[in-house]
Design a protein around this ligand. Structure first.
Ligand SMILES: CC(C)(COP(=O)([O-])OP(=O)([O-])OC[C@H]1O[C@@H](n2cnc3c(N)ncnc32)[C@H](O)[C@@H]1OP(=O)([O-])[O-])[C@@H](O)C(=O)NCCC(=O)NCCSC(=O)C[C@@](C)(O)CC(=O)[O-]
Length: 304
């Protein structure tokens, strides 16, 4: 049965911007977060505490977290790959941390420089320490639908990592299609594996739109009752360790579909389009979001 409410986790400030070649000033990242929360977004992945040598764009993580004027009811999450990341993140007071593994060995090596088993060993103390600090821990499983290095990824490989994350106490399981190759039935098969170990409320989908399948995949998840999805305003993004991967599905596009289905999110579409136009202006290019572009063109026509 379709959910009546969907939670959209806005990952634009982190996943969306991490791959930008041009440095984006912290002040713009902070302003983006402010505009997103003003639009009604209640879950925002703000930055990551990873090695600045690996992802230079996120080196201003502490400055970004310090600059955000927090709004009641909004949860701010950050990515942490290891204890060093968690120790740097804790003083910035995130509400949640995200550990990120992969269903493919090759991607795990390229993204976090270790095997899947080693990643779980690294995450275990991070999860324990985050819980001790009162934080929720989300887990992301990259390449759940395909890997840029390995190719096909089976549902068994996804379930192996789901189980490992569960064993170390990760609270939430995010199934991520890093390179956007998933199609609806395959996505459902991967989701079924996550749902064998996590309740519906603790499973989410993270879909890149490289092959134009992201909205169909979200629809396929809605049919299963899944009601939490990551999305990136203006369709920003791409993973630095997945060449050619385009951005996440655009938040505006997901919201337009959900509005049409009568599913509530608490997010105002026009204000979200403004946030997308803002960051696209900073990056000096039009939004990738089809809905964003259509509504901006409509506004321009109306004011001409
Ligand atoms: C995991 C590591 C650190 C291993 O990298 P490593 O080189 O194996 O780490 P190390 O422990 O050997 O340390 C090497 C150096 O890095 C430093 N270091 C070590 N850890 C940290 C840290 N946390 N913060 C800052 N610095 C750190 C450490 O202090 C040392 O510094 P040095 O002594 O050489 O000066 C590295 O591979 C890394 O940072 N990877 C992150 C890659 C990344 O951010 N990828 C994008 C996010 S994942 C994603 O986008 C996918 C997702 C989630 O959206 C879902 C999807 O679509 O798939």
């Amino acid at each position: 049965m379709f959910p009546s409410h969907v939670t959209l986790v806005e990952v634009g400030p982190r996943d969306g911007l991490q791959n930008e070649k041009q440095p984006v000033a912290a002040v713009h990242k902070i302003e983006l977060v402010h505009r997103l929360q003003a639009a009604g977004v209640r879950e925002i992945e703000a930055t990551s505490f990873v090695s600045p040598k690996w992802v230079p764009q996120m080196a201003d993580n502490t400055e970004v977290m310090a600059g955000i004027v927090r709004q009641g009811g909004v949860r701010y999450s950050v990515l942490v790959p290891n204890m060093k990341g968690l120790e740097a993140a804790l003083p910035t007071k995130p509400d949640e941390v995200v550990v990120f593994g992969a269903a493919s060995e090759a991607f795990s090596q390229r993204n976090i420089n270790c095997s899947i088993a080693e990643s779980i060993e690294r995450f275990a103390p991070v999860v324990a320490a985050a819980h001790e600090a009162g934080l929720k821990v989300r887990g992301a499983i990259s390449c759940a639908l395909g890997c840029p290095y390995q190719g096909e990824v089976s549902a068994d490989e996804v379930e192996r990592v789901v189980k490992l994350m569960k064993q170390i106490g990760v609270d939430h399981c995010g199934v991520a299609d890093t390179i956007g190759v998933g199609t609806p039935r395959k996505v459902q098969l991967a989701m079924e594996r996550a749902l064998k170990h996590y309740p519906l409320v603790e499973v989410s989908g993270h879909f890149h739109d490289t092959y134009g399948q992201a909205l169909s995949n979200i629809y396929a998840c809605l049919e299963m009752g899944v009601h939490t999805f990551d999305a990136s305003v203006a369709g920003l993004g791409g993973c630095p360790y997945a060449k050619g991967a385009t951005g996440n599905v655009a938040t505006e596009d997901v919201l337009f579909m959900l509005n049409g289905l009568g599913i509530s999110t608490g997010i105002d579409l026009e204000a979200l389009v403004d946030a997308g136009a803002y960051i696209s202006g900073v990056l000096d290019r039009p939004p990738v979001s089809r809905v964003g572009r259509a509504l901006l063109a409509k506004r321009e026509k109306a004011s001409a």
